[in-house]
Design a protein around this ligand. Structure first.
Ligand SMILES: NC(=O)c1ccc[n+]([C@@H]2O[C@H](COP(=O)([O-])OP(=O)(O)OC[C@H]3O[C@@H](n4cnc5c(N)ncnc54)[C@H](O)[C@@H]3O)[C@@H](O)[C@H]2O)c1
Length: 337
């Protein structure tokens, strides 16, 4: 007999944000199945999380239909949290085909497997990169979408698929457009294991702790200090919004698209100087080449998410930096690969 359990499926649950979501949902009494190909995820984080509650891992690739179909045949899935994706802007500018195959085709295979298994609730990890260069600030959900890179485009295409699966196949979804995610678990047990990270604050903290030299990518852009301005949201605040989003769908909520941000923009220079303040040091900075597909300034209007989910980001930049310090103190080298 197959092992049939009511549970949530977390694609990409061995990655940075997905693993923090798994932690929160286990702590709140859920059963979790993680589906991940371990390209950018780690088995070790799942071993750590398995101590918190019922967690099963299926190694598989969304690009392969049969891999994901097997999950729905084996487990009684109640809802899906869909984190699995490639998410490097830079890489997407070099190899756009990877992004369309992995993020678009991969998500299509997931939606089809869900449709066949009659599982219709999904929380999708989208991104502020679907907006592109901003026409006004702060950016609300009605802001036009014109991605400046194939990564953002791939996410926008999935949003469009979801719209039609919602209208024509009665899917219930919450699309969460994340702004820049930062921080680690506040108990220091799990965090971002990429070396270097794709994310500014993590790399600045690694630099401040002398784990590796800190290169900061600073295209000259039209902002007061000429460095890009972004909205930073702590990973624990972010995954909590997923918990409320699932609860919202379970209570019959309508399909939604919501920004997840703090509503404040910080420049690259401001983030670096906040890290320096927390550590009480001045860092040596080495300029890295500007990334392609970047834009000057973006920050969220997060009011809709606050109203619909009754959720608000609570953590400060300092909280996120402290959580990263704790994580990197325990694991300067990250997880075992
Ligand atoms: N990190 C950010 O600041 C940020 C901002 C906006 C949106 N997002 C979105 O959040 C999600 C999670 O991002 P992250 O930072 O945790 O990235 P991550 O790379 O740490 O995690 C992604 C996980 O998905 C897995 N994966 C990728 N392709 C797969 C496939 N075809 N089949 C199975 N597993 C696959 C990887 O192995 C990895 O474990 C992504 O969808 C990303 O686009 C992230």
């Amino acid at each position: 007999m197959p092992n049939k359990k009511p549970t949530i499926l977390v694609t990409g649950g061995a990655g940075y944000i997905g693993s923090h979501a798994v932690k929160l949902f286990l702590e709140r009494g859920f059963k979790v199945v993680v589906f991940d190909n371990l390209l950018h995820g780690y088995r070790e984080v799942l071993e750590i999380l398995q101590k918190l509650g019922p967690l099963e891992f299926v190694k598989g690739d969304l690009r392969k239909k049969s891999d994901i179909e097997k999950v729905f045949a084996k487990y009684e899935i109640e809802a899906v949290l869909h984190f699995a994706a490639l998410c490097s802007v830079n890489e997407s500018m070099e190899q756009p085909e990877l992004y369309f195959e992995n993020n678009v085709l991969g998500s299509f295979n997931l939606l089809e497997a869900m449709r066949k298994a009659n599982v219709k609730k999904i929380i999708f990890s989208s991104t502020c990169a679907t907006y592109g260069e901003t026409k006004y600030l702060p950016v609300d959900e009605l802001h036009p979408q014109d991605p400046a890179n194939p990564y953002g485009e791939s996410k926008m295409l999935v949003e469009r698929m979801l719209k039609w699966y919602g209208e024509l196949h009665n899917f219930k979804y919450v699309i969460l457009r994340y702004f820049n995610v930062c921080g680690a678990a506040s108990d220091g047990t799990i965090g971002d294991s990429k070396k270097p990270s794709l994310l500014l604050m993590q790399n600045a903290v690694r630099g401040a702790m002398n784990i590796e030299p800190f290169f900061y990518t600073c295209p000259t852009v039209k902002t007061p200090d000429k460095t890009p301005i972004r909205d930073y949201i702590d990973v624990e605040d972010l995954v909590e919004a997923h918990f409320f989003a699932l609860d919202y769908l379970k209570h019959g909520g309508q399909n939604q698209i919501l920004n997840l941000g703090n509503g404040r923009g910080f420049s690259v220079k401001e983030i670096v100087s906040e890290v320096e303040k927390v550590f009480g040091i001045k860092m040596k900075k080495q300029k890295a080449p500007a990334r392609k597909g970047e834009y000057a300034e973006i920050f969220a209007n997060p009011k809709k998410a606050q109203r619909v989910l009754r959720w608000k980001a609570k953590k400060t930049l300092r909280d996120s930096i402290e959580s990263l310090r704790k994580w990197y103190e325990r694991r300067p080298e990250g997880y075992r690969k």
